[in-house]
Design a protein around this ligand. Sequence first.
Ligand code: NDP
Length: 457
Amino acid sequence: MRLDIVNPASEEVIAQLETDTKKAIQDKIALLRKGQNSWKQVSVKDRVACISGFGKLIQQNKQELAETLTKETGKPLQQSLNEITGAHNRIDHLEKYARKWLANETLIDQGATLEYIQYEPLGVVANISAWNFPYNVGYNVFLYALVAGNGVLYKPSEYASLTGLAFQEYLYQAGIPKDAFQVVIGAGEVGQFLLDAGLDGYFFTGSLKTGQYIARQVAPKMIPLQLELGGKDPLYVMDDVVDIKQAAINAAEGAFYNNGQSCCAVERLYVADNIYDEFVKHFVEEVESYIIGNPDSLETFVGPLTRNHQRGVLEQQVADATAKGAQLEIGGRKIEGKGYYFEPTILTNVKHNMKVMHDESFGPIIGIQRVSSDEEAVRLMLDTEFGLTAAVFSSDEARAKKVLAQMDTGTVYWNCCDRVSPNLPWSGRKSSGLGSTLSSQGIRAFVQPKAYQMRPA
Ligand code: NDP
């Protein structure tokens, strides 16, 4: 079968790729199974050296890679460049910490019984990935898995396949053996072949629906599974923010960067009653100033959505909200003409009986709700099945921390939002996922401990 790669800005087919058959995938797995035995014998230092070389190649070829990312996902070129530059921080982190977190740990080294822990790779793992930030979410898994000595079968999203193939090319150039890393190309049915294959770990980034399906498939196999899923992340702007305009600018960026197609995009805004009107005014002005259009231009901030069908989801959210009394401040419709464009959309006077405040939007749309106390804000922020991130803007650290302590999310932010650090674990609670990537925990996610109890004769 052939997979058409469509440019979301022009709707033109820009490439056609041969998808992997079940047989081809079985052959790749057999290759990886053999190769992983050698790869795990390579020292962590040398494995990290390969990853460093890969990072250098990516940075050297950044412009071309960014153009490819923009062509296949519609991400504005400046944001593609930012993603490639920014994702390098994962490599810096591995260079600093991989040896520390993968080394044996000795607990008792004298007396009758010596005790230590050895961290062994899982084996051959599947990395089923998303398209919205393929560098960030891909690196979080396949680079860490390789450094830990695993073989990796990487399935990019069908919407980021060219980027996935570029990863493969540069990993090989950097010295990662072909029998340690393989890409598989195709859509959902190819993902299904991977699930049927019985690998040694499944690491999935994507939607809740697919994540739940994968969890059901993997559970009887008793194999490690990690899920990085969606969110409906809230931001609460307190009445004590020093600069309301700046708060509005920062909140708008958190909501509309990458067209809102970020797992940790701000998807719900709660604003204190006495600054609400001024905040909304600045927020609307800021979003109206965004340049919408051709993603190949460095000036563009809002390009097309990656997937055409998401525009229908957004239209339904707007129709549902306005029918229930929300005020449409700007946007609300598809932009006519070529490309999967949707107007940046702001809804005010929203309530929690509206889809826009409950369901993941994953697009350029935000609901802003007025709140009259911290208690009301906390109650609304907690009213979600998701638990990825939550943010507070305030000049009062103690007050912000009191709210953040009550959040049931893997990450909390004070005066920032929509950001990921390789130093900290990236994890979702409830319907946002299982397990962690990044930080020491994200390195240890790709190994299994073996406890040694040793009595010298
Ligand atoms: P999907 O769930 O649609 O797809 C994710 C991956 O799963 C793709 O590679 C997809 O293949 C594959 N897939 C689809 N069906 C199956 C199946 N039956 N068996 C195995 N694999 C399958 O998610 P999206 O790609 O649309 O990503 C967007 C979602 O990802 C959002 O919900 C977002 O919040 C979340 N996300 C979470 C992150 C986090 O860190 N928590 C980070 C980034 C995104 P194909 O695309 O080829 O069909």
